[in-house]
Design a protein around this ligand. Sequence first.
Ligand code: FES
Length: 127
Amino acid sequence: MALYSEKVMEHFLNPKNVGIIENADGVGEVGNARCGDIMKMYLKIEDDTIKDVKFETFGCASAIASSSMATEMIKGKPVSEAMTLTNKAVAEALDGLPAHKMHCSVLAEEAIKKALEDYDNKKENKK
Ligand code: FES
């Protein structure tokens, strides 16, 4: 069996939502100390809905594919739903990741959660 599913290859070769959002409502950056990969997520949020999301990932094919898929999964969704996105759901949507590459999808979950936390903090500070 090939190491990567067709979906992983598709999202790695043609990733969706790559880039940055100026004046994002939430930004989250995470890294994995072991492999050194870094992922950054930018969120534009209006009426508690993810209006736009972009990412920059300096990492492996699985990390890029996971970022791309994760952004597609939360775009247009309520913040509460985005908060519950798990790395398992991202990996499943990619038709699976090799066991030693599951940590790459964890980065996507963590980056989104961190960006949502940043959004919450910014909201609090505005009060
Ligand atoms: Fe580190 Fe994939 S090998 S994120």
